[in-house]
Design a binder for this molecule. Sequence first.
Ligand code: NAP
Length: 225
Amino acid sequence: MNIIITGAGRGIGFELVKKLSSNFDNKIYAVSRNLDRIEKLGASNVMHKSIDFSDETLDEKLGMLIEEIEEVDVIINNAGFLVNQPFEKLSKEDLLRSYEVNVFGPFRLIQAALPKLKKGSHVVNISSMGGFQGSAKFPGLSAYSSSKAAIANLTELLAEELKEKEIAVNCLALGAVQTEMLEEAFPGYQAPTSPAEMAKFIADFAINGSKYFNGKILPVSLSTP
Ligand SMILES: NC(=O)c1ccc[n+]([C@@H]2O[C@H](COP(=O)([O-])OP(=O)(O)OC[C@H]3O[C@@H](n4cnc5c(N)ncnc54)[C@H](OP(=O)(O)O)[C@@H]3O)[C@@H](O)[C@H]2O)c1
């Protein structure tokens, strides 16, 4: 399978690269700004792509990425940016960056990949319990969680719009996972789930989930801090 994983440089995304590249039938297109850990992994079926979702040349870079893939089987929109800032202190830049990475990036990647997404392919959008309707909410996360709600809603819309092409689109709303992002947002908090554990679940869902789900926003959460 040809699999695009964004946010592949660290955290859950890096563990996804490790997990999915362990099957040599898979070819992984690992998208992230920081490629150090991926390069150290040295897996021959992992192609590194340095793309910044806030960069002006985003569309050009996405075009180049898609051009070199014959057919896309799976996209995991995992890249995420979290700013923890009281509502009144959020700058325009905080807001823009949150939406660029968490919403516009996945939007433009799916658009760019559309001609190469074949019948039976699966787009998995990684959201957060913070963007899940009715879940516990936390101060300081208005930019982050509202952007995560947007990608969840986009999932439902795309599933409807792409169902005739038989492309499935689902969203996983994650609870707390012990990554650098969580540590930065909630210093000292101990999550019950490791990045490797979460990646194992997401990898399996990305490969098999489209047989059972389409247009779903699924909470994957033991706890939310
Ligand atoms: N950890 C949790 O508790 C938790 C809970 C709910 C949802 N999630 C979601 O799960 C996903 C993975 O999170 P994580 O905890 O593994 O976070 P992380 O360790 O902070 O990793 C985030 C990834 O996003 C990439 N990214 C950030 N800004 C980018 C930009 N401008 N352009 C391109 N890539 C960018 C980073 O790339 P670089 O390597 O280039 O820095 C990094 O690889 C995110 O979507 C997050 O919102 C996490």
